[in-house]
Write a new protein. Structure first.
Length: 162
């Protein structure tokens, strides 16, 4: 297979991965997802660094707003990656300029992934709300780290000239 087909396959796999997590989050929205996010935002059980520059958030409306932001961005990420895979498939035999233009949705999907997992989970969750101090928070942060790496690696790979 040529490099273009591999780029399409990798983008489609990433889209499937993101949609799988997003749908799992929806399936568990009132249980695990809300409870996990509420726990992290409450900064409960922080022993190593009990003080934080961020105020605790326990108001359900604010927790729901954060939860919906994560979900919306996950679905945007997955949708953009899927559109990118589809567009690249359509132009897989096109000129370099056509194929490069067809990548834009995929690249934006990978960029959205960085925003979701590096900004929301890494910066806000881990650094500002110190979610790394608890088992639930550490698990979420580790998963977000993996997805950030996938997003960045694929962004770089798909960006390369073929």
């Amino acid at each position: 297979m040529n490099i273009r087909v591999w780029k399409i396959i990798f983008t489609a796999i990433f889209s499937l991965l993101v949609f799988s997590y997003a749908v799992q989050n929806v399936a568990n929205i009132t249980g695990g997802m809300f409870a996990s996010l509420a726990y992290v935002l409450s900064q409960a059980d922080h022993a190593a660094y009990p003080e934080s520059v961020m105020p605790t958030i326990t108001q359900p409306a604010l927790i729901w707003a954060a939860l919906l932001l994560v979900l919306v961005l996950e679905f945007i990420c997955g949708t953009l990656a899927a559109l990118g895979a589809w567009n690249m498939w359509k132009y897989r035999t096109g000129t370099s300029a056509e194929f490069r233009a067809a990548k834009i949705h995929a690249l934006n999907g990978f960029g959205a992934g960085v925003v979701v997992w590096l900004l929301l989970f890494g910066t806000f969750g881990a650094a500002m709300f110190q979610m790394w101090q608890t088992e639930i928070g550490t698990s979420s942060f580790n998963g977000a780290f993996q997805l950030t790496v996938y997003s960045l690696l694929l962004f770089g790979l798909i960006s390369l000239e073929d």
